[in-house]
Design a protein around this ligand. Structure first.
Ligand SMILES: [Zn+2]
Ligand SMILES: [Zn+2]
Length: 361
């Protein structure tokens, strides 16, 4: 059985504003150099693109980009990738043609040399999507139709296409190209906006869906991450990519509850900003770049008690010294710079925070 050590780190605003190093502040390695964390062979960046998705994978200097958020985020994603030393994308994957996934891809193609473009053909003909396809043409990017079962390699990692398995869907989300990235013993299941229909097809396919990290489908919507699917994936932790106070109520309470019940630690980009996971093929380290402090945690996958503790369940307000449950309305209105995260209520109380009278944490 695999054992995973998961360390959650963060940069505080204080760190950004003052000259002291993160080591001095928290006694942990600087997230500026993810490669410092053991021998990182695969680093997965869940880039904060508000209400949307963008995931950058890097292994030994080779890069794969999955989606790039809405059009306005194209520059953000391109700049982020360039800062990571990416001047060439070996693969770009457009999971499905919705604008919150592919809007920024045109800018990325115009900015960074892109070798291959993988997507699933649909009849979608919005100008946003057609612009991306034109850019693929114009910049001579090799177009690949997503084919389940195909495996591609980059650096010391691979990814395998698992879905879509059907030919036609009523909902564009189900056309999402789902990939499983693998490095040594560690795997990431990246599901785009795939919903229950696609999840069921993946389950029926008999493909090994188990993964250490799951990016929850469709921004944590209740239409994705079905019980059976979550059981099959059995992740150590999950990432939910969504925008703060988004119009859809993502992530939905049902999804968050399911993760909690199973003791799956989960990280939300709306609360944490960009979330980064680095692995040497045996262990995973998770870092948040969002300028918010998370208590450093260590857990192993098969230790359910520890896994429970690794889930971020409580949010404290540094200004009022009141702490809330994750979903409390008090968290939604809290200023970013006042947020501090706790995985247990004991830790919040230990730090001098008192429970909110509204959500009774
Ligand atoms: Zn979608
Ligand atoms: Zn979406």
């Amino acid at each position: 059985m695999k054992k995973i050590l998961c360390i959650v780190l963060a940069i505080t605003l204080l760190f950004l504003l003052c000259s002291c190093t993160l080591e001095e502040l928290l006694g942990i390695p600087s997230p500026k150099d993810y490669n410092q964390i053991g021998d990182a062979k695969l680093i997965v960046h869940f880039i904060d693109v508000g209400q949307g998705d963008s995931t950058l994978l890097e292994s030994k200097g080779e890069f794969v980009l999955i989606d790039a958020g809405e059009r306005d985020y194209g520059d953000t994603v391109a700049e982020y990738a360039e800062k990571r030393g990416c001047n060439e994308l070996k693969y770009m994957i457009a999971t499905h043609p919705d604008s919150d996934h592919v809007g920024g891809l045109k800018t990325v193609i115009e900015t960074i040399d892109t070798e291959n473009f993988i997507t699933c053909e649909t009849d979608k003909s919005t100008s946003t999507w057609l612009n991306v396809l034109h850019a693929v043409d114009e910049y001579d990017v090799n177009y690949i139709d997503a084919e389940p079962g195909k495996t591609y390699s980059f650096g010391e990692a691979t990814f395998t296409v698992l879905a879509p398995l059907g030919d036609s869907y009523n909902n564009y989300n189900n056309y999402s190209v789902v990939v499983k990235a693998q490095c040594g013993d560690i795997s990431f299941l990246l599901t785009g906006d795939a919903e229950k229909e696609s999840e069921e097809q993946m389950l029926r396919s008999g493909e090994d869906l188990s993964a250490d990290v799951l990016k929850c489908g469709h921004h944590g919507s209740s239409t994705s991450t079905s019980d059976a699917f979550l059981s099959a994936v059995d992740p150590a932790f999950a990432v939910i990519s969504c925008g703060k106070n988004n119009d859809y109520g993502h992530p939905h309470r049902e999804t968050v509850s399911k993760l909690r019940e199973r003791g799956v630690a989960y990280y939300r980009t709306d609360l944490l900003g960009t979330v980064v996971a680095a692995t040497d093929g045996k262990e995973i380290s998770v870092l948040s770049q969002g300028g918010r402090q998370i208590e450093a945690e260590t857990f192993s996958r098969n230790d359910s008690e520890n896994a429970d503790q690794a889930a971020i369940s409580y949010v404290g307000n540094r200004s009022s010294h009141v702490f809330h449950r994750y979903e409390c309305s008090g968290v939604k209105t809290m200023k970013d710079e006042n947020m501090i995260f706790f995985d247990t209520r004991e830790k919040a109380i230990e730090k001098g925070f008192s429970p909110c009278s509204l959500c009774n944490p």
